[in-house]
Write a new protein. Structure first.
Length: 149
């Protein structure tokens, strides 16, 4: 019997490891969102969401908690997921695009496959982009921390 090739699987988890997930196949795209809502929900300059067909992501361990947000911009819902123990961001589903689910790029066990050469990347809501994430001459840049240890 010829072996049926299995789609590639990639895993990820929250900070404490209570919630784990596996994504099958390649992501549809990566959206780097600079909107004010993503700044607030992530606590930083932008959200980096890896977009999969929802049926290709399976969770294990503790079920993620969720919170439904109504967009000021569109009036439609976004359901955000997070670990009930450590609070780590675990992506969202959205009314505007049924059938897809995101996982934050930083929660993947190995996000190095997410290169713009092989996955479609988009930056959206650039109108509210923050400049403090950029390597400009006005900020100090260190390969590790500025403290020696
Ligand atoms: Zn956790
Ligand atoms: Zn956003």
């Amino acid at each position: 019997m010829p072996e049926v090739p299995q789609p590639i699987q990639r895993s990820g988890q929250c900070v404490c490891g209570s919630v784990r997930y596996v994504c099958a196949g390649e992501p549809e795209r990566v959206t780097v969102c600079h909107c004010l809502w993503c700044q607030r929900r992530t606590g930083t300059a932008f959200g980096t969401e890896v977009v999969f067909q929802a049926q290709n992501i399976s969770f294990s361990g503790e079920p993620p908690a969720s919170y439904r947000h109504i967009s000021d911009e569109s009036g439609r819902w976004l359901e955000v997921y997070f670990c009930p123990r450590c609070g780590a961001n675990l992506g969202f589903t959205l009314e505007a695009v049924p059938g897809v689910r995101t996982v934050p790029a930083g929660t993947l066990d190995d996000p190095t496959f997410l290169a713009p050469k092989r996955v479609k990347f988009r930056h959206v809501f650039a109108r509210t982009r923050r400049q403090w994430g950029d390597f400009t001459s006005e900020v100090d840049v260190h390969e590790k921390h500025f403290r020696p240890r």
